[in-house]
Design a protein. Structure first.
Length: 135
């Protein structure tokens, strides 16, 4: 512990467990958001002693954390991030090959104390952004 200058509170250095907890909170928020929109959602995480990457399709892009399906047959593959948007290049390339009318490639970014920025990566290489942050 260290004392912050000019402050009588104690500060704890960031550890891997703190950022892992933050990531899990963001995943939970994304799941709840998708469920509000009428999707059933499952977390896609590969686990194992020798697993290098935990996200689905990480060999083809930076991977996806959530897979969501609604009654209209839409499948939403979602990468969830906190305070940093997903890399556009790999998701655009993935969407150009695999996105269809029913299979959608999304990036959800939660900005602390502000809200969501959602990006839909389209088959034609464009990105549609939905900024839902409070101003």
């Amino acid at each position: 512990y260290c004392v912050l200058s000019g402050c009588d509170r104690l500060s704890v250095p960031m550890s891997g467990n703190v950022s892992r907890s933050k990531g899990k909170r963001t995943l939970k928020k994304a799941r709840e958001e998708l469920e509000r929109e009428g999707f059933i959602v499952d977390r896609v995480e590969l686990t194992g002693k020798y697993t290098h990457s935990k996200d689905m399709f990480s060999e083809h892009c930076d991977g996806f954390d959530l897979l969501a399906l609604n009654a209209r047959g839409q499948i939403r593959m979602v990468q969830v991030k906190t305070n940093t948007r997903p890399s556009k290049k790999s998701y655009i390339a993935f969407a150009k090959v695999y996105a269809t009318r029913y299979i959608q490639v999304w990036g959800y970014t939660w900005f602390d104390r502000k809200g969501w920025v959602k990006q839909r990566f389209n088959k034609d290489g464009t990105i549609k952004e939905y900024d839902q942050r409070s101003r």
